[in-house]
Design a protein. Structure first.
Length: 252
């Protein structure tokens, strides 16, 4: 299976720490490398990375990472990287074969989350989203989180940053089919800006957006200096397997 990692945006909230959000180091390792290696551990055999801001810098790093990690990494450059993130999904999905694991470049996960998600495909779902029902999770920034409302069967009924009420928070990892990119394109044709959530809501309205509860597994979004400081402290402990592959001892 392919993984598609979105890494095109400016990342203004981390700009004081790094000129490139996906290149921002956590325990000395760039976020994009953590994401690629986590995808590999989940069973992915090829990674597509959508680049944009600081694309030259990022693409040189990805070429080196491909050789070091022993996996094909395909960069797809988004010319207008200021567009909503759904445009990155549409661009990257053109290079993915069949279903794919969709990840955000600034998110980190327990290995089990991605491993489970890859095997969550249901014929009636165009997309399956990893969700955390711990809506009071202290690692979640409520001002930046994408919230999810579900029915009794775990199907998404509403998704977005401003919805209320909600049952869970979007963890930033998806098992996507080609229908997700088509749904984003259709949402744009209807006048929506083209965010990933626009496409997700369209699929939810059709009853085709499922969820996977991560239970008590660890994850976090490294989106601002506060989250980065927490990641520096917590990631080597929770992602010991990932950091061991890179040569960083657990807890260091």
């Amino acid at each position: 299976m392919d993984a598609l990692i979105i890494a095109a945006g400016f990342g203004s909230r981390l700009a004081e720490l790094s000129p490139s959000k996906p290149m921002t180091p956590v325990a000395g390792v760039p976020l994009i490398e953590i994401g690629v290696r986590q995808a590999m551990q989940a069973g992915v055999t090829r990674v597509v990375v959508v680049t944009g801001h600081q694309a030259d810098l990022l693409e040189v790093f990805l070429a080196d990472l491909s050789m070091r990690a022993g996996i094909e990494i395909v960069p797809v450059r988004l010319t207008n990287w200021s567009t909503p993130n759904g445009h990155s999904v549409m661009a990257g999905a053109t290079r993915c074969d069949g279903n794919y694991l969709l990840m955000m470049a600034d998110h980190m996960f327990d290995a089990d989350i991605l491993e489970r998600l890859i095997h969550e495909h249901r014929p009636d779902c165009a997309v399956t989203l990893a969700v955390d029902r711990r809506i009071d999770n202290p690692l979640v920034d409520p001002e930046d989180a994408t919230w999810v409302k579900m029915d009794d069967d775990g199907m998404i009924t509403a998704i977005g940053k401003t919805i209320a009420p909600y049952d869970a928070v979007d963890c930033g990892a998806f098992l996507a089919t080609p229908d997700l990119a088509r749904a984003i394109h259709e949402a744009i044709a209807e006048g929506k800006p083209g965010s990933l959530s626009d496409g997700m809501q369209r699929l939810a309205d059709a009853g085709r957006a499922g969820t996977m509860d991560i239970d008590d597994a660890w994850w976090m979004d490294v989106d601002d200096p506060r989250a980065h400081a927490l990641a520096e402290e917590l990631a080597p402990w929770h992602l010991a397997r990932t950091f061991a592959d890179i040569g960083v001892p657990a807890g260091e």
